[in-house]
Design a protein around this ligand. Structure first.
Ligand SMILES: Cc1ncc(COP(=O)(O)O)c(C=O)c1O
Length: 400
């Protein structure tokens, strides 16, 4: 299928039909081949030299590029409406490579203050040690982001929805601020996946994913992806990815290509299940607060509706129990069908406690400041039968 033809097709169709590999020597397998090789053969010394000099297209060594990984990068970029993409060993591999590529000593980064714990610790620990100043702000408030910008600000960074507060960032306004100030905007799109949200469509420069989550979709691979302009992706690959080396292996890339095929189906079910569960939890007397962008009670519900025209708001939600930490702990210990585990975006429902698990790298005072109360419970709602999930929550809540 030619690029032009692909553009005519819907998301779901393109997800099912990955971009074809560049060179298959006349062999056209139905499933993409796994090029499980670290290095590639040259016909002769001249060819090797030409490839290293960039005078001839072709693979050299899998840290510099691999045909299976390339299918994933091109298919993902197509679905995210980006010119190109790069695959990494993990979401943190993608985030750190992109930031190290964009920032140098003396530069300044403005970041939304609610972030996945390791993204926060990268920005609070490693980047300042490298001479990069970081300011954390409430990114739901675009004026606060603007006020934090300095002449040396090079990057504006946010998650939306943020992990685990479920706060949203107005992508259009964030992108406009980046253009106005000359800063590159980077958005973590892990929670929504390209099926529900494409930050580049709103003018954002770079989107990053923990592809471990919805893109892989089955809880069996750790991976990262970054999407942007062809120029920026080429720079990241030629420097940060090549020299730091957090590359994705070909088998893991293959798992993600397979995961993408069912992404739309899964995201529909994750979202409808999460909506039903959020509405149920909201009515439950033992629950003091539910955070889910699909609820009219979410403070940014109107923004969620604008940014998610499909009317689907993903599978992630957070809840606070009456009775705080102890009640939250008991809920986690009493569920039988929901899986007590960190991570998210798998087919089964995962439930965890951010304060002691995913966000434990953030100290308690900062946790509170970013909306992580000791009793907060995070759910990644799976694609099980929703009635079974509700029965499990009901039995776990009974007698609390
Ligand atoms: C929003 C978000 N971004 C990034 C990451 C990091 O991804 P990985 O674990 O694949 O490195 C995570 C992990 O949970 C996450 O939830």
């Amino acid at each position: 299928m030619h690029d032009g033809e692909r553009k005519e097709l819907s998301f779901s169709t393109r997800a099912v039909h990955p971009v074809e590999p560049e060179s298959t020597d006349g062999v056209r397998p139905h499933a993409p081949p796994i090029y499980q090789t670290s290095t590639f053969l040259f016909d002769n010394v001249e060819q090797g030299a030409r490839r290293f000099a960039g005078e001839e297209e072709g693979y050299i060594y899998s840290r510099l590029g691999n045909p299976t990984t390339r299918i994933l990068e091109m298919t993902g970029a197509d679905l995210e409406n980006a010119e190109d993409g790069a695959a990494f060993a993990s979401g943190m591999g993608a985030i750190s490579a992109v930031l190290l590529q964009l920032l140098s000593a003396g530069d300044h980064l403005v970041a939304g203050r609610t972030l996945y714990g390791c993204t926060y610790s990268l920005m609070q620990g490693i980047l300042p040690r490298m001479g990069v100043q970081v300011t954390f702000v409430d990114a739901t408030d675009i004026t606060a982001v603007k006020e934090a910008v300095r002449p040396e600000t090079r990057v504006l960074y946010a998650e939306t929805p943020a992990n685990p507060s479920m706060d949203l960032v107005d992508l259009e306004a964030f992108a406009a601020l980046g253009r106005e100030t000359g800063a590159t905007t980077v958005v973590d799109n892990t929670f929504m996946s390209p099926y529900l949200q494409r930050p580049l469509d709103w003018g954002i420069d770079v989107s990053v994913h923990s592809a471990t989550k919805y893109i892989g979709g089955h809880g069996d691979v750790v991976a990262g992806l970054a999407f942007s302009s062809a120029d920026l992706v080429a720079e990241v690959k030629e420097e940060a990815l090549k020299d730091i080396g957090a590359i994705l292996g070909p088998f893991d890339a293959w798992l993600l290509i397979r995961g993408l095929k069912t992404l739309p189906l899964r995201m529909e079910k994750h979202s409808t299940n999460a909506q039903t569960i959020a509405e149920w939890l909201q009515e439950h007397p033992r629950v003091s607060r539910v955070r889910y962008p699909g609820l009219p009670s979410h403070p940014q519900h109107q923004l969620a509706r604008r940014q998610n025209p499909r009317g689907l708001y993903g599978g992630m939600l957070s809840l606070e129990m009456e009775g705080g930490f102890e009640a939250g702990r008991q809920l986690l210990d009493r569920v039988r069908l929901c899986t007590l585990a960190v991570s998210l975006g798998a087919t089964d429902t995962l439930i965890e406690h951010p304060a002691s698990m995913t966000h434990s790298t953030i100290d308690e005072k900062d946790q509170r400041a970013v909306g992580i109360s000791p009793g907060l419970v995070r759910m990644s709602v799976g694609v099980e039968d929703c009635d079974d999930l509700l029965s499990d929550l009901e039995q776990a809540m009974r007698g609390l």
